[in-house]
Design a protein around this ligand. Sequence first.
Ligand code: HEM
Length: 437
Amino acid sequence: MSTAKSKLSSHPGGPENPYDLHTIADAFDKLQTWIAQYGDVISIPPLKRKDPCFFINNADMLKHILVSNHKNYVKGAAFDRVKLLLGNGIIVSDGTFWRKQRRMIQPAFGKEVIAEIFQNMKGCNFAILDDWQKRAAEDGTINITDLTNELALEIILRAIFSIDFDEITRGDDGNPFSILTDNSTRDLQLAVKFRELKQLLQKFIDKRRQATDRPNDFLTAFIEARDKDSGEAMTDKELLDELVTLIVAGSETSAATMNWVWYLLSQHPEVEAKVHAEIDAASFDDAPDFMQCIELSYLKQVIEEALRLYPPVWLYSRKAIDDDTVGSFEIPAGTDIFISPYFLHRNKDYWDDADAFNPERFSDENIKKRHKFAFIPFSAGPRRCIGDFFGTVEAQIHFAILARHFKLRLQNTEALELEPEVNLRTKNPFIMKIERR
Ligand code: HEM
C-alpha cells in the first residue's frame, strides 16, 4: 500500500484546532495546507459534529472504503447540506432503501436508453450551433458558463419529461428550474424555493400516471419500475425525491465539465488542434451518430483530463458503521471520512507533473500503468455515479457538434479563481469569444 507521506501509526497527524469540513467556506484552502503539512491521512478534531473525522487522500485506502469494504460505510456528513433539497433520493439514501431505489432506476441508464436521449442532446446542441452561426457574424461574445448551465439543465429535463418539457419550463419568467443554476450553495433558501417546483413536478407526475400512451423517458421508466422483491412501484414522494435528485445531480456536474473543457481548450491550442483533427477525420456530416460519438476517443481523453484537474464533485464523504482498519490506521465506528477527487487527482504519488493539462494521461496504455483508484471523479464501487456514461456522452456530443465549426477564446483578464462550493465552480463565469474555425 502506498503510504508514502502518511506516517505508519494508528493515529494520523492533523490540526489541533477543531474544524468541521464542508460547512465552512475555506475547507478547500485548509485541506491544501494540511495535506502539505500532514500528508495523505489527516485527523481533524470535530467542531460541532461529535464524531471523529479523517481526510484520506490515498488510492489504496479509498479503494478499501469505497469498494472492498463498502458495506461498512454509509454516506457521511458532506451530504447533510443537500438532504433538505434531495429528500431521500439515491444520492443521500443508504442501506436497503438505497439498494431498492438504485435497482429500480438503473435500467433507465442503460446504453439503449441513453442512445435515445442522445437524439435530444443533439437537438439542444443544434439550437446552440444556429445561434452561434448568427453571433459569430456579430460581436460573438458569450458567457459559456451560463450557456453550459442552461444546456445541461435542458438536457436532463428533456431526458426526464420529453414531450412535457416545453409545458413544464414555460414559466412567466422562463424556465423555473433556472433557480438551480443561479444558486451554488444548495442551502435552505434553495430548498424552500424548490418546494413550489415540487408541486409543479407533482402535476406532471399525476398527468403521466393517468396517461395510457406514455413516452419513452426517465419519468415513464420510474413510474413503471417495480421493486423486484415486493413488486411495488415508487410512491409519489419517492418519485419526487428521485426526480429532484436527477435534476440537481445531473445538471451542474455536466455543465461544469463542459465549461472546464472549453476553458482548457482555449488555453491549450495544441490539444484543441488534436480535438479538431479527430472530429474532422470522423465521417459524419453535421453530427455523429451515437456510436461514432462515443468512439471520439481523444475527445473523451480531454474530458477525462478536465475531470481530473477540475472534478465537479470535489469533496464527498462516508461514515464508518463499525470499527475498521484502513492501511495502518484504526477507524473508530462513526468516523466521518472525507474524500476529495480534486486533491487525489493532483497527488504526486500517482500523477507526474500533476497540475499540467495533458490528455495523453488517459490513453489506454497510460491508464493501465496507473493506480485504478487514483482517478475517481464519479466515485467508485456500488455508489459510483449512475450518470457517468450519460454525462460523458453529453459532453462528447456538445464538442462534436460545436467544435466542428467553432473555437472559443477566453476574454477574462483576471486570474482564475476557484469557488469550491458543493460543486467546483469558478468565482467568475468564463466569457468567451466565438471564432469560426
Ligand atoms: C460529469 C458529470 C458528473 C460527475 C462528475 C458526477 C459525479 C458524481 C459523484 C462523485 C457521485 C458519487 C458521490 C459519492 O460517492 O458519494 C455521483 C453520484 C450520482 N450521480 Fe453523478 N456525476 C455526473 C453526472 C451525472 C448525471 C448526468 C446524472 C444523472 C443524469 C448523475 C446522477 C447521479 C446520481 C443519481 C448519483 C447517486 C448514485 C448512488 O448513490 O447510487 N450524475 N455523481
